[in-house]
Design a protein around this ligand. Structure first.
Ligand SMILES: NC(=O)c1ccc[n+]([C@@H]2O[C@H](COP(=O)([O-])OP(=O)(O)OC[C@H]3O[C@@H](n4cnc5c(N)ncnc54)[C@H](O)[C@@H]3O)[C@@H](O)[C@H]2O)c1
Ligand SMILES: Nc1ncnc2c1ncn2[C@@H]1O[C@H](COP(=O)(O)OP(=O)(O)OP(=O)(O)O)[C@@H](O)[C@H]1O
Length: 291
C-alpha cells in the first residue's frame, strides 16, 4: 500500500533523523516530549525540534523548512489538529509524518505514548511499518492557493441567512447549492466534518472529492463523490459573500461573484503507520463503526 517515499527503508534502519512538532500553546507537553525524546534516542534516532515548538518549552529549535530538508521523517505530537497542521505545512517536502497521539480522539494519529517504545524498537524491521500516500486538495480563491488534508468548507458569513453557490465541473454547471454551506472533503477528511453531516466514508487511499452540502434547503441535494482529476469551481452568488475554511484552521473571505477552484494537489501527503494498522479497526475503535 503506497510504499513510495523519499526515505528508503535502509535509511530508516541506519542512523535516522526525526523532526518533531508539538501541539501549540501547551507548554505542559514538555514532560511527555522529554519522555518521547528518550525513546527516540534509545533507538539511535537523532531528533530535531521545530522552532515554535522549541520556543514554547524553552529548548533550541530550527525552522520548519530547514527541518524538512534535514530529517528522514517528521513526528507530530498532539491530537489530530496538530497532525493535520504538520501535514499541510510539510507535505510538499515528501517526508512522511508519524502522529503520536496526546489528543482526545486521535483518529489520524497512529501511535499512543504507551505504544511508542515498542513501535520505535521495531522500526528497524521492514515488516513493522508502512508509508501510506494520501490525496491533498488544492484550492484557489482570489489568486491565493491553499492546501487541505481533510476539507475545504464554503460557509455562510452570517448566521441569519443561507448561502447560494453555483457549482461547475471542468467549466460545465452541475448544481446550485442553497443552505448553510458545502464541504469539499478528501477521503481522509470523510471521517471528519463530512461524516457529521451525513456524507459517505471513502477509504483514505482513494483519490476522490466528496462534495457534501451542509443543511441544504432542498429535498434533492445529496453528497457526491467525484473523480480527483476533475476541476470543480464554486461561485458565490449571494451578496453576503462567504467564508472558506481550510481544515478548520485557516479562513479566507470571498465576495459575491468570486469563485473557489478546487483540484487535486500534485503531491501526496505521506503518513508513517504501524504495519498492522487497519482502517476499519480504527473506525470501530474511535467512531464505533459497526457497533
Ligand atoms: N461538526 C463537525 O463535525 C465539525 C465542525 C467543524 C470542523 N470539523 C472538522 O474538524 C477538522 C479539523 O480538526 P481539528 O482536530 O483541527 O479540530 P477540532 O479540535 O475542532 O476537532 C474536530 C474533531 O474531529 C476529529 N478529526 C479531525 N480530523 C479527522 C479525520 N480526518 N477523521 C476523523 N476525525 C477527525 C478531531 O480528532 C476532533 O475530535 C476539520 O477539517 C473539519 O473536518 C468538524
Ligand atoms: N500549528 C497549529 N496552528 C494553529 N492551530 C493548531 C496547530 N496545531 C493544532 N492546532 C489546533 O489546536 C487545537 C488542538 O490541537 P489538537 O487537535 O492537536 O489537540 P486535541 O484537540 O487535544 O486532539 P484531537 O483533535 O485529537 O481531539 C485544534 O483545534 C487544532 O486545529
Amino acid at each position: 500500500m503506497g510504499l513510495k517515499s523519499t526515505i528508503t527503508k535502509e535509511k530508516l534502519k541506519s542512523k535516522s533523523k526525526a523532526g518533531i512538532v508539538l501541539r501549540p500553546s501547551t507548554p505542559e507537553i514538555k514532560d511527555d516530549y522529554m519522555k518521547i525524546k528518550g525513546y527516540f534516542e534509545k533507538q539511535n534516532i537523532e531528533i530535531f525540534l521545530e522552532k515554535n515548538s522549541a520556543n514554547m518549552i524553552d529548548e533550541e529549535g530550527i525552522d520548519l523548512d530547514i527541518l524538512c530538508d534535514t530529517v528522514d521523517f517528521l513526528v507530530s505530537i498532539g491530537g489530530d489538529g496538530t497532525l493535520i497542521s504538520v501535514v499541510r505545512r510539510t507535505f510538499r517536502s515528501g517526508k512522511p509524518v508519524l502522529g503520536i497521539n496526546l489528543g482526545t480522539l486521535g483518529f489520524l494519529t497512529d501511535v499512543s505514548l504507551n505504544e511508542l517504545e515498542s513501535f520505535l524498537q521495531n522500526l528497524s524491521d521492514d515488516e513493522n511499518y508502512r508509508i501510506d500516500s494520501r490525496m491533498m486538495i488544492k484550492g484557489n480563491a482570489n489568486l491565493q492557493n491553499f492546501f487541505a488534508f481533510n476539507d475545504i468548507v464554503i460557509s455562510r458569513n452570517s448566521l441569519s441567512s443561507m448561502i447560494k453557490v453555483d457549482a461547475k465541473i471542468d467549466g460545465k454547471p452541475f448544481n446550485s447549492y442553497y443552505g448553510d454551506g458545502i464541504i469539499i472533503s478528501s477521503p481522509t477528511g470523510s471521517t471528519a466534518y463530512n461524516l457529521s453531516v451525513g456524507g459517505p466514508l471513502v477509504y483514505p487511499l482513494t483519490d476522490a472529492f466528496i462534495v457534501t452540502p451542509v443543511a441544504p434547503h432542498s429535498l434533492t441535494q445529496r453528497p457526491l463523490v467525484l473523480p480527483a482529476d476533475f476541476e470543480i469551481e464554486f461561485t458565490i452568488t449571494d451578496n453576503q459573500g462567504a467564508m472558506v475554511i481550510v481544515d478548520g484552521q485557516d479562513i479566507y473571505e470571498v465576495e459575491q461573484n468570486q469563485s473557489i477552484k478546487i483540484q487535486i494537489a500534485s503531491k501526496k501527503a505521506k503518513l508513517l503507520h504501524r504495519k498492522e494498522r487497519n482502517y476499519f479497526e480504527v473506525l470501530n475503535e474511535k467512531l464505533q463503526w459497526g457497533n
